[in-house]
Ligand binder design. Structure first.
Ligand code: SAH
Ligand code: SF4
Ligand code: F3S
Length: 473
């Protein structure tokens, strides 16, 4: 079979990254192999996101560029997948003559058939059908990149929560969970391919299995924890309203479960939470945080925030800042509210002006920056066990951390901190052993979003529980 080159450009969340890998997996039997070079590809797939207006604009600007590339290479197949494809469907084909195929979020398993048809007849195809349940559940694992130590495994798709600002239920369809046996099979395959860590994905993993009467998410984690050769488990995202005591207790019970939870709160004000349809109050959220810390006192907690939701007053925004002060997050993502046409809040009154949203975003980020700095500083002198991901990217050559060594590596702690570290000369001989191994790193300093330190023990082949010890500086 003639080998053909496929370029997939992914915008959006981890779910889309997972989907991109599945797309590569289902198209491999047709002779497609991945390429980074867009200009020489036989097919380009733009895997899109529409969570905020900016994400959607990004997709259309890349599609604009592809129109020019296709003039130089008329046999190029241009496809649009993901959430913008689901949202816009046929309109994309009508508006953009250079697009050959639009496929929605449920169409990935129908791709081989569609691509074959386009290859043989050069027809144009739109498939944005949504189904109630996952119709095909054969684990498809696409290729791993060189030295990839961690992989995503989707455990459910869709969302039934209908937060008023959110487009996801409209573009990903109804919540539907995969069978635990299929999930375990996929994790085992990844482990056999050399992966040490998996992140279980869903828009709200806490409600896994409820609808179908499968096992609970805590039970699923317990089963994944027994897989030999797997060292670490992460999951995202948790909805606070469904975070059960049983699930909280898994942090104390499962040795492979990483000591981190991403628990998006969105706002610290009850009135805003109500109008967002989040179905919890500020105090219920704070109780969950206390519950988690009771089980695991040093658990790392991160969150998502939206600033400038319609009608948000200065006082309500202040309540969000107060919540951040009292939780003291290990990190957060904050977004300026953006109207999405299919989301109910687009019709809410009291829209906040862009400059006010910008000001609030900056105030929130400044507050968190100070908290992160203090938390990072408190970690100096501690030793953390990291899973080594490979040589660091993007460090400046005059960086103080790099001065000690020409080789600079990075890894992640159980708490999901990114840690860069220098490797002493006598370790250089072992460098090929480092990626995918565990190592103890003594923290010596902090950047805004990561830490750096010195390798004091390793490489080794074990995560040893949470892998965290404190030793004198
Ligand atoms: N399922 C996850 C998150 C999905 S979207 C959850 O429930 O938390 C990721 C984040 O994008 C959200 O947590 C929210 O903070 C942000 N977001 C979603 N819709 C948005 C909008 N219309 N404007 C700005 N941010 C938005
Ligand atoms: Fe969107 Fe809410 Fe579902 Fe998250 S839980 S995907 S924010 S509707
Ligand atoms: Fe974006 Fe779709 Fe994910 S809208 S955030 S790619 S679910």
């Amino acid at each position: 079979m003639k080998s053909k080159l496929l370029h997939i450009s992914t915008i959006g969340c981890q779910m889309n990254v997972y989907d991109a890998n599945q797309i590569a997996g289902v198209l491999a039997p047709l002779g497609y192999t991945g390429t980074d070079a867009i200009e020489t590809a036989d097919m380009v797939i733009v895997n899109t996101c529409t969570i905020r207006e900016k994400a959607e604009q990004k997709a259309f600007s890349l599609l604009g560029r592809l129109a020019k590339i296709k003039i130089a290479n008329p046999s190029l197949i241009v496809a649009v997948g993901g959430c913008v494809a689901q949202q816009e469907g046929e309109a994309i084909i009508k508006r953009m003559p250079h697009v050959d195929m639009v496929f929605g979020t449920h169409a990935i398993f129908r791709l081989p058939e569609m691509v074959r048809r386009i290859e043989s007849t050069r027809c144009r195809i739109v498939d944005v059908r949504l189904s109630e349940t996952i119709d095909v559940d054969d684990p498809v694992t696409g290729p791993l990149t060189d030295g990839q130590v961690s992989a995503f495994v989707t455990i459910m798709r869709g969302c039934d929560n209908y937060c008023t600002y959110c487009v996801v239920p409209h573009v990903r369809g109804r919540e539907s969970s995969r069978h635990p046996d299929r999930i375990l099979e996929e994790v085992r395959t990844r482990v056999a391919q050399g992966v040490r860590e998996v992140t279980l994905l869903g828009q709200n993993v806490n409600s896994y299995g409820n609808k179908e009467g499968l096992c609970s998410f805590a039970e699923l984690l317990t089963r994944v924890n027994t897989i030999g050769g797997l060292h670490r488990i992460r999951f995202t995202t948790s909805h606070p309203k469904d975070l059960s005591d049983d699930l909280m207790r898994t942090f104390g019970r499962l040795e492979k479960l990483c000591n981190h939870i991403h628990l998006p709160v969105q706002s610290g004000d009850d009135g805003i939470l109500k109008r967002m349809n989040r179905k919890y109050t500020r105090s219920a959220y704070l109780e969950k945080i206390a519950g988690l810390r009771a089980v695991s006192p040093d658990i790392a907690i991160t969150s998502d925030f939206i600033v400038g939701f319609p009608g948000e007053t200065d006082r309500q925004f202040q309540a969000t800042l107060d919540l951040i002060e009292s939780v003291r997050y290990d990190g957060l993502f904050a977004f300026m509210y953006s109207d999405r046409p299919s989301a109910p809040s687009a019709a809410f009154s009291g829209k906040i002006a862009e400059p006010v949203k910008k000001e609030r975003l900056q105030a929130l980020l400044n507050l968190q920056e100070g908290i992160t700095r203090e938390k990072h500083q408190a970690m100096v002198g501690r030793t953390l066990r990291v899973l080594v991901e490979g040589p660091s990217r993007g460090l400046k050559p005059d960086d103080p951390a790099i001065a000690a060594s020409q080789i600079q590596w990075s890894g992640r702690s159980s708490s999901n901190h990114i840690i860069h570290f220098a490797v002493p000369e006598d370790f250089l001989a072992k460098k090929e052993l480092l990626t995918g191994a565990f190592a103890d790193i003594m923290i010596e300093g902090a950047y805004a979003h990561s830490l750096w330190g010195r390798l004091i023990n390793g490489p080794m082949n074990t995560a040893q529980g949470k892998g965290e010890t404190t030793i004198a500086a």
